[in-house]
Write a new protein. Structure first.
Lengths: 266, 466
């Protein structure tokens, strides 16, 4: 399996000139989250794995540490909708990891309403997890990065945030809000040496998508998505599409005039 | 006491490394005990910070509590008949010499900057340009008190709690926090020193000059042109200084006045030195420094003798305020190795050649003569030290780090040692190797006794002791 290729870099001791990079991955036990956590571990990062699901978090953590041959990952059980507990969790992580260089926010939920269904409870949940949780975490990290004059914030938004479509208004709104929030954050933080990367995946072969979407257009495996995200992180990009073809597709979709768009059925 | 909930991004002196921490000002010793209790409950690590003049990670603890000791800076007792001074750890060498010099005394050991605090001087057990004669700072400490992480207060002297005395001085602040220190000053008969300046053509000449010059002088230091190659490798200039005897200075009262010691804030009476670092920064590259060093060497060829105030001779680093900023955004680091006199020339020749090969030459090299001391984590040897400043850029960090670790191997091979107010890249393996198993075991034993919960931890300690 691609995830388990043993190319673990030889452990070099962290020194002031050559420090170990440290990342927080919020929503680490999901498809992309787990794949990206593994990728970052292979790239030599120390990682704080944050998720609500303790069991899968522990499995992932043990797995990463076993493959690395040392403790590279630590687990933090946390529900992103418990906004008030973010500062304390962050403080704990910083004490354990000795600071942070990267925050990756991947936590996200998606529900699939019927074409004429309006379900506020589900919309509410999507906004809470996809947008408000991201605001709570990135907002807590932003001043630290600003003071440190460096760092990287990676937010996993979606191509779904680029237009409001008939199929899923709540999800579209949550991701549009996130894309916009990340853009504003980028405009605030770039001048302080902080990079904000917005990732807009199309279809990724994760369980919720596989179970609910019939036609998976240009779908990628989670570990392929993770490689693409890592590439964007390394190049300190501002926005990337996963996979790249979506950049072109969304360019077209974003320019479809409303009088046509409102007649379309996707 | 209010233990703040927000992080402060703290830097080292060279601006090459920073870390977030809870930065808490300490004004009275009781607050130290409170912090230890809080840290134990909260699961946080603690380290003390003085003026933050170390070039590495000695006064930083990422994600932990850093105690700002500058608030405890009183000189509590000064006896001008005996030369004994007692001060709190946040007091600086600047405060100290300004207190004692007008009465005809001078601190027996000072660093190249007067901004360092006494707590820092003890923790790193600093040395000066007279190490071969007066030893380290710790050798002049008569007594100190400290608070241990257990909450206990201890008083140590060379006789009382002698094991702790010799371990806490040089102990990198990892056994306890100093609260008071008593130091014996040295009698002087003038505010001036007689200084001989003369050139040395290469590294062999440099080290011979230190070796031969030391017995006849009170201070000796060499400047090394790190860019000179071939037959001139290691060339530079020696400054050797002597105290004036009683009667040599017709008016010692006058020369010992602070106003006749301090460094003027203007050059040529008009140009503010605070701006000087801006004009230095264009020269802080391989070509610019080559030009400056060559000019400096040519200017030094004329042998001359002059008189200079103590402050001007010692505190060269304070001559240009904020000089470290001239190294640019990514700052600088300093690498200092201590090598026995028999092996120094070969080891440093190899090191300097390696720096040329990597196109990462030192922009400032400084050599000194040393003698061993009996402190537990000692850095001294019967030999010489070479301190090298390196410019850090965003692109050279990893290369510089690996080159310095290669230096470490050469120094280790030559039986040398390292100094942790400076070196930032030395690994656990190297540190344990040069300290030796016995010393490490003894230090760990004391650490366990003084700090059973492991509350005191700096980034430096994590790096050296794992």
């Amino acid at each position: 399996m691609r995830n388990f290729v043993s190319n673990t870099s030889k452990t070099v001791q962290a020194t002031p000139l050559n420090p170990r990079k440290r990342a927080i991955v919020v929503g680490a036990s999901g498809g992309i989250g787990a794949a990206l956590s593994r990728k970052l571990a292979r790239e030599g990062f120390s990682i704080a794995l944050v998720d609500r699901d303790r069991a899968s978090l522990q499995t992932l953590c043990d797995d990463i540490n076993k493959i690395s041959g040392e403790t590279r990952a630590l687990t933090y059980e946390h529900d992103v909708t418990k906004y008030n507990s973010v500062p304390d969790t962050l403080r704990r992580i910083i004490a354990d990891l000795g600071g942070i260089d990267t925050l990756v926010y991947i936590a996200g939920v998606i529900y699939f309403p019927a074409i004429d269904e309006y379900n506020f409870a589900e919309d509410h949940k999507m906004v809470e997890v996809n947008l408000l949780g991201a605001m709570a975490w990135t907002g807590a990290v932003a001043p630290l990065f600003q003071n440190a004059k460096g760092g990287q914030i990676v937010g996993i938004s979606s191509v779904a945030g680029d237009r409001g479509r008939v199929s899923n208004p709540g999800y579209n709104a949550s991701k549009a809000g996130l894309t916009n929030y990340l853009e504003a954050l980028r405009n605030r933080l770039t001048r302080h040496g902080v990079n904000v990367l917005t990732v807009k995946p199309g279809f990724v072969k994760t369980p919720p998508t596989l179970n609910n979407v019939k036609k998976l257009l240009f779908a990628v495996e989670p570990n392929v998505a993770a490689d693409m995200i890592w590439d964007g992180m390394k190049k300190r990009k501002q926005t990337i599409y996963v996979s790249g073809i979506w950049k072109l597709i969304m360019l077209v979709i974003r320019h479809i005039p409303s009088f046509i768009f409102r007649r379309l059925s996707f | 006491m209010n233990i703040t909930k927000s992080f402060t991004q703290l830097e080292n002196f060279g601006h090459s490394h920073s870390a977030p921490a809870y930065f808490i000002q300490i004004n009275i010793p009781e607050e130290i005990t409170e912090v230890f209790e809080y840290a134990k409950k909260a699961g946080l690590k603690v380290t003390a910070r003085g003026a933050g003049r170390s070039y590495n990670d000695a006064a930083l603890v990422s994600g932990g509590i850093v105690l700002d000791m500058r608030g405890m800076n009183a000189i509590t007792r000064w006896d001008k008949s005996t030369g004994l001074v007692t001060a709190q750890p946040g007091a600086t060498l600047e405060q100290l010499w300004q207190k004692v010099e007008p009465d005809g005394w001078w601190p027996p050991v000072v660093s190249g900057t007067m901004k360092t605090t006494l707590g820092g001087c003890l923790s790193a057990n600093i040395h000066g340009k007279n190490n071969f004669k007066m030893g380290t700072f710790g050798e002049h400490v008569v007594e100190f008190t400290a608070i241990l992480p257990t909450g206990a207060e201890v008083t140590c002297s060379p006789k009382k709690n002698a094991d702790l005395f010799h371990a806490m001085i040089s102990g990198l602040g990892m056994l306890g926090i100093f609260t008071s220190v008593t130091i014996q000053m040295k009698r002087i008969h003038s505010g001036l020193l007689t200084v001989d300046a003369y050139p040395v053509p290469n590294l062999h000449g440099q080290l011979s000059a230190l070796l031969d010059g030391a017995p006849h002088n009170d201070y000796i230091v060499g400047w090394m042109d790190g860019l000179a190659k071939g037959k001139s490798l290691g060339r530079g200039q020696i400054h050797a200084a002597r105290y004036l005897h009683e009667g040599e200075d017709p008016n010692p009262r006058e020369t010992m006045k602070i106003k006749n010691q301090i460094l003027p804030p203007y050059i040529f009476g008009v140009f503010p030195k605070a701006l000087l670092h801006y004009f230095m920064s264009p020269f802080m590259n391989n070509f610019g420094t080559w030009g400056v060093n060559t000019a400096k060497y040519i200017a030094s060829i004329r042998k001359h003798t002059f008189r200079q105030s103590h402050a001007a001779f010692h505190f060269l680093l304070d001559y240009v305020p904020n000089w470290e900023l001239s190294y640019g955004r990514s700052g600088l680091i300093q690498y200092q190795s201590f090598v026995p006199k028999e092996t120094a020339e070969a080891a440093w020749t190899e090191i300097i050649q390696l720096s040329h090969k990597n196109h990462l030459p030192t922009y400032l090299g400084v050599t000194k003569r040393h003698r061993p001391d009996k402190f537990l984590l000692t850095h001294a040897v019967d030999g010489f030290s070479l301190a090298m400043d390196f410019k850090v850029t965003s692109g050279n960090r990893a290369r510089l780090s690996s080159m310095l670790q290669d230096f470490d191997k050469i120094v280790l091979q030559a039986g040398g040692r390292f100094y942790f107010a400076k070196n930032s890249e030395t690994s656990t393996e190297t540190a344990q190797a040069f300290y030796g198993e016995k010393t490490v075991a003894e230090f760990r034993k004391l650490k366990k006794r003084c700090d059973p919960n492991g509350l005191l931890e700096s980034d430096l300690y994590r790096r050296l002791f794992g």
